[in-house]
Design a protein around this ligand. Structure first.
Ligand SMILES: C[S@@+](CC[C@H](N)C(=O)[O-])C[C@H]1O[C@@H](n2cnc3c(N)ncnc32)[C@H](O)[C@@H]1O
Length: 226
């Protein structure tokens, strides 16, 4: 069966669930000390969890989805020709603009989005899709939409790496704000199913603890055939 170009529009009750999740995640970290605190963990997370899993990538045209204040982007920048920084929160994009004001050799595209689409990125443009410590909070409805967008904006042969929740494996009907570390109702298998439906191939999926909670998260590597 050919891949579906888009997930079908959600019925009204799911549409309101989607917009509620986007509204809640948009503001969940902006009032906290998260962004300043998280900087100190970036080097160790990059070395131990991230770089070994993405080192075979082509970062010429890379998306950092839900970029926050740019701690991942600072790592990605030296490897890119162009970097797409996307976040639903305008304060985050503003913080990135200030942080990277002196980046001269890389074309950085800054976008505040609607929380589930990438309409400003042309079809087939990206060589790498990246997201760390953000999709873990996204409802399955949001994750499904982004995965279909990844399939559209990735070039044939492009690769991706996303960090997402696996809490939904045992708690598919849970409310993310009640869950450990605010993990969403998404599971490893949900992501595999959405990837397949969008025409993307799973390269690997590894369950990962966060804090003291085993198998709370999942690291999914994927590629677009071609
Ligand atoms: C926990 S912070 C992580 C930021 C960054 N990835 C990092 O590791 O520092 C989560 C980020 O996701 C953004 N965000 C939340 N919901 C989003 C959505 N639906 N689409 C895009 N960005 C979103 C927030 O504004 C915030 O910047």
């Amino acid at each position: 069966m050919p891949p579906t170009p888009h997930p079908p529009p959600p019925p009204p009750n799911e549409h309101s669930r989607l917009t509620k999740n986007v509204e809640e995640t948009r503001n969940s970290h902006s009032q906290s000390r998260y962004f300043a605190n998280a900087e100190q963990y970036m080097d160790v997370q990059w070395r131990a969890k991230i770089e070994p899993r993405i080192r075979d990538g082509d970062f010429s045209s890379t998306l950092d989805l839900a970029c926050g204040h740019g701690r991942n982007a600072a790592k990605l920048l030296p490897m890119c020709k162009e970097l797409w920084l996307v976040d639903v929160n305008d304060h985050c994009i503003e913080a990135c603009r200030k942080r990277f004001v002196d980046a001269q050799t890389v074309a950085i595209h800054y976008h505040v989005n609607d929380g589930c689409s990438l309409s400003f990125i042309p079809d087939g443009r990206l060589t790498f899709v990246y997201s760390w410590d953000a999709m873990v909070h996204f409802d399955t409805l949001v994750v499904e939409r982004y995965i279909h967008e990844f399939a559209r904006v990735m070039a044939p042969g492009a690769r991706g790496f996303i960090h997402h929740s696996n809490y939904g494996a045992a708690h598919p009907d849970s409310n993310w704000l009640d869950n450990p570390h605010w993990r969403s109702n998404t599971s490893r298998d949900d992501v595999a199913r959405y990837m397949t439906a969008a025409g993307l191939e799973i390269v690997s999926q590894e369950l990962m603890p966060w804090g003291h909670d085993a198998d709370l998260d999942c690291l999914t590597r994927f590629r677009k055939p071609g």
